[in-house]
Design a binder for this molecule. Structure first.
Ligand SMILES: [Fe+2]
Length: 297
């Protein structure tokens, strides 16, 4: 198997050519995929038929898992067999609305390290998924801003409730709010260390960061806005336009993601999701339902 990794024109992300998803990649190809994943943060494969097992295999592979046996992958795939992002499938996640920038589970001690979405049923054009690099955001952060946050911590919550001042225009669509039976939060360094690569990531987000610790609220919001402006600038963003048969695998800590408004009655947008590693209390953190945050709530 000969892989070709083609960097996107953007500042990060790459497209993978030459992978046959019906066959487990050999050792050399596995190494190439892992290296590409750590270097590019987002890997895109197009025009493939990928089942949930192979999607799970690839998602675990790029995180560096050693045990990729058929039995383990089948078990891990079955544990998340109902994970979908869809405006059609019943009980799917985020069925409508906009999503502000975030990393899944950044309010918990066990956020996914890797997420993948597969375009199972897509009727283009559908709203894209956008990615922003947290490692590049940190590396390019102006020194004046860096000095203000390099030793700071911030409180992370699920959001986006209470962040109305960040949500922009309701004309762009309502935000989607997951409804859980418990409030979650965690305090983490703004300059966090990526657990696998050791690189520094800018760990604040538009949807999930409440405030910077120990700073007056007005100053905290001003500081966060300056960080958001830098991280979500066009030169630090990759946009993926979905087609059926696309597999996108991304580093949930080295990148954040967002999307424009999705309507329940617009074109079919069913993306099969796999996240890894699963948090120990995954079932307890489950989302019960979703509601709208915006003008039409
Ligand atoms: Fe998400």
């Amino acid at each position: 198997m000969t892989l070709h990794i083609t960097p996107l024109a953007a500042a990060f992300g790459a497209e993978v050519h030459g992978l046959d998803p019906t066959v487990a990649p050999d050792e050399e190809a596995r190494g190439e995929l892992r290296t590409a994943f750590d270097n590019f943060g987002v890997l895109i494969l197009r025009d493939h038929v990928v089942d949930r097992r192979m999607q799970t295999y690839l998602t675990e592979l790029v995180r560096g898992e050693e045990d990729l046996s058929d039995e383990k992958i089948a078990t891990d795939a079955a544990r998340q067999s109902s994970f979908y992002i869809s405006n059609r499938i019943e009980d799917a996640a985020a069925p409508f609305g906009r999503l502000m920038w975030h990393s899944d589970g950044m309010w918990s001690d066990h956020p996914f390290e890797v997420i993948s979405l597969y375009g199972e049923a897509v009727e283009p054009p559908v709203p894209p998924t956008r990615f922003a690099s947290t490692t590049r955001a940190w590396n390019t952060l102006p020194s004046r801003l860096r000095a203000r946050v390099e030793h700071a911590s911030a409180l992370q919550v699920p959001g986006p409730e209470n962040f109305a001042h960040r949500r922009g225009s309701d004309e762009d669509g309502d935000l989607v709010q997951p409804v859980r039976d418990k409030d979650y939060s965690v305090t983490k360094p703004v300059a966090s260390r990526h657990p696998r690569t050791g690189r520094t990531i800018l760990f604040v987000s538009q949807q999930m960061t409440s405030h910077i610790d120990g700073v007056p609220s007005e100053e905290s919001e001003e500081l966060l806005n300056a960080l958001f402006e830098h991280m979500y600038a066009a030169d630090n963003v990759v946009e993926h336009e979905w087609r059926e048969g696309d597999l996108v695998v991304w580093d949930n800590l080295a990148c954040q993601h967002a999307r424009p408004d999705v309507k329940l009655d617009s074109s079919v947008r069913t993306l099969r999701k796999v996240g890894w590693p699963l948090p120990p209390m995954a079932d307890k953190q489950a989302v019960g339902s979703y509601r709208r945050i915006g003008a039409s709530q």
